[in-house]
Design a protein around this ligand. Sequence first.
Ligand code: PMP
Length: 408
Amino acid sequence: MINIQKVRADFPLISQGAQKKVPLAYLDNAATTQKPVSVINSINTFYETGNANIHRGIYDLAQQATQNYEIARTKVKNLLHAANAHEVVFTRGTTESINLVMQAFLAPRLRPNDEVVVSAMEHHSNLVPWQVLCKQCGARLRIAPINDKGEVLLDEYAQMLTEKTKMVALVHISNTLGTVNPIDEMTALAKKQQIPVLIDGAQSVSHRAINVQALNCDFFVFSGHKMYAPTGIGVLYGKAVHLEAMLPYQYGGEMIQTVTYEQSTFNRIPQKFEAGTPNIAGAIALGVAIDYIQTLGLPNIDAHLKQLLEYATQKLSAIDGVKIVGTASEKSSIISFLLDEVHPHDIGTILNESGVAIRAGHHCTMPLMRRLGVPGTARASFGVYNTLAEVDQLVEALLKVQKIFKSL
Ligand code: PMP
């Protein structure tokens, strides 16, 4: 069980927001989460007492910084149940991790008429890179279709997997609909044919247990800032066999072994993929965020988010004029909706006056909006500090929106 008052007190922005004249209900966690004080303090502590560049220093401070950075890598390895810490590459976030795989893994092996398979609900960052690469190579991007509830049609997906398929890239939890995809089953279907699989875990890693070895995916990517860590730090997990065979993504310092004016040899993994000075403080803070969620317990966080989703679904469904977009049987912590004829941006703007922070628009899934025949949605998404009272605040604010538009 989550001790919600204690959790709220851990997040300065949440506890201070609650004191405001119009109390803040922060319901935009799919965009980014707030940070607990332990994460914020770890950044201060690093710059106040531990700042040095890593991997090269021979003095104590640099060795300590290196050690803390590598401890953070081990924490990520443990979180994902990876076999080795060197399978964890620090990046700027999900987007960079996917671009890295696109350029360093798939680009050299994709040929004309090959195929890449994604689902119809991908975030632009797990769609555009593959789309651009397929265009460059004369390959074909295939979109696994969904039903109107926002669930992937598994039979159609399975039929798309052939000897032409060179990559499957799938979102674990849709940032727009909240659909939890059956990634175990979808990955197994691809692996049966030795097709490499990338999982976009941006919306799942903060509350679902991930075991990349059991899943047998080739790549798993996520961003720190959606799991209570800072922006500018993220992760690419890749099977060692792939990372070792891949060419570097960027060239420069850190990623080399030897350099002459004529040629260079490259470092071992994961340093081969971490060119330049990395976000050291960010990586360490990500480790602290992992400690935080593990102390609360992933199953406890997930149960809390589930309770919020169920309550919100029940309350919003009871409002005449609300249409929930995305009604998959497996959903998590995200609820998209429409209200009468009110444009989602107007909903968001008026909710803001009641202290309710939600997202409105296409949520970086424009093709999905088109598929569902909506211009955009209003989206509430929950974090570990949200309460049922904040769902009530959302509902009351929505009734106000309705009243305003009915009086026009
Ligand atoms: N995939 C999903 C499912 C997401 O929700 C997001 C962020 N909204 C991304 C990818 C991109 O993450 P980032 O902007 O942190 O790179």
